[in-house]
Design a protein around this ligand. Structure first.
Ligand code: ADP
Ligand code: MG
Length: 317
């Protein structure tokens, strides 16, 4: 039997449905709903590697760290370590809910999470122009003091106060790729590149060190799909399909587009919102341009139907 490998990138809504459901228990329930649909895929014969986002979770960890430092003088947690913490906690929820669901169905398949580093280029131009706000708001004095003491980049955020900003460089290499590959080939479900991976740079002669940056999880999942030569790259998010003119009167939902069309619509600029759908389309273009055969964007509850061609947006070379 030939194995079919899918990389599934799951978005923030698979962990936090809305602002009213952010507790650890709420996140567990949301994870359970999503992994139920991933179990359907596995039951249908797919070998799966899962990537996921971590934006809000890293935000919570940072905030706890900041509050504990203010109130109790505790040491703060560097951003790369916050990323590692979030991979562990999110991976735990995903692997346990998926394991339980597979067990319920009588499917013997181990699930595991790999704390994953992703190499970025220290010369990446994103480092010259850090743009991703992270952590809490500060007043100007504190922002400037921290910028000086800790070499942070800080910006004034539209009259709401000052925030730290970090770079969002492109993923170059998945450091634990060989481990991921061996496990996927052995039939293990692997949760990896959480939050886009922990960004590390080569400080010279192959010595990796963590760096304060964030990597886009859709890009890191695309790189994973390319490196595993995945048969399918599936992005699970909050919408059933991708639309042209999203949110406008002339909105048009897409069933199937080609790589050329995806590039054209992306270039037109008006269809896919910058921090949300555009990176997904870019990630898929990158996958298809490097040998990928098919990609799907849909929401968790429609994964099964999308795999049968009944819904979702299919993007092909
Ligand atoms: P995730 O956490 O899965 O990365 P994002 O919020 O970053 O989710 O991106 C998904 C969101 O992108 C959708 O929920 C939708 O609101 C938005 N979006 C922007 N442009 C489009 C589009 N053209 N078609 C469909 N959804 C779009
Ligand atoms: Mg997103």
């Amino acid at each position: 039997m030939t194995r079919k490998v899918a990389v599934v990138a799951i978005g923030g809504n698979s962990l936090i449905k809305d602002k009213g459901h952010q507790s650890v228990e709420d996140q567990y329930q949301a994870a359970k709903e999503t992994t139920y649909h991933i179990a359907d895929m596995i039951e249908a014969g797919w070998d799966v590697a899962i990537g996921h986002g971590n934006g809000p979770q890293v935000g919570f960890i940072l905030r706890r760290s900041e509050i504990a430092a203010k109130v109790e003088g505790m040491h703060e947690i560097p951003l790369d370590v916050c990323g590692a913490d979030s991979q562990g906690a999110i991976g735990y929820a995903l692997q346990q809910t998926l394991q339980n669901e597979l067990y319920r169905r009588g499917i013997k398949k181990p699930c595991t999470t790999i704390v994953t580093q992703v190499l970025v280029d220290k010369e990446d131009k994103a480092f010259k122009n850090p743009s991703k706000p992270i952590g809490g708001f500060m007043d100007e004095t504190e922002a400037k003091r921290r910028a000086k003491e800790l070499e942070w980049s800080v910006v004034e955020d539209a009259g709401r106060g000052w925030r730290r900003v970090v770079a969002s460089p492109l993923p170059k290499e998945i450091v634990e790729l060989d481990s991921v590959r061996v496990l996927v080939e052995a039939g293990v479900v692997v949760i990896t590149v959480g939050g886009g991976g922990i960004p590390v740079i080569d400080s010279g002669d192959g010595v990796y060190v963590g760096t304060a940056a964030v990597i886009d999880k859709d890009f890191a999942s695309s790189l994973l799909a390319q490196q595993l030569h995945a048969d399918l790259f599936l992005i699970s998010t909050a919408v059933e399909k991708v639309a042209l003119n999203y949110g406008k009167p002339e909105e048009k939902w897409l069933d199937r587009i080609t790589l050329a069309e995806a590039k054209q619509y992306l270039a037109e600029g008006s269809h896919f919102a910058k921090g949300s759908m555009a990176p997904k389309i870019q990630a898929i273009i990158w996958f298809l341009e490097n040998g990928g055969k098919q990609a799907i964007i849909t929401n968790p509850e429609n994964i099964g139907r999308a795999l049968k061609g009944e819904t979702g947006t299919l993007i092909v070379p």
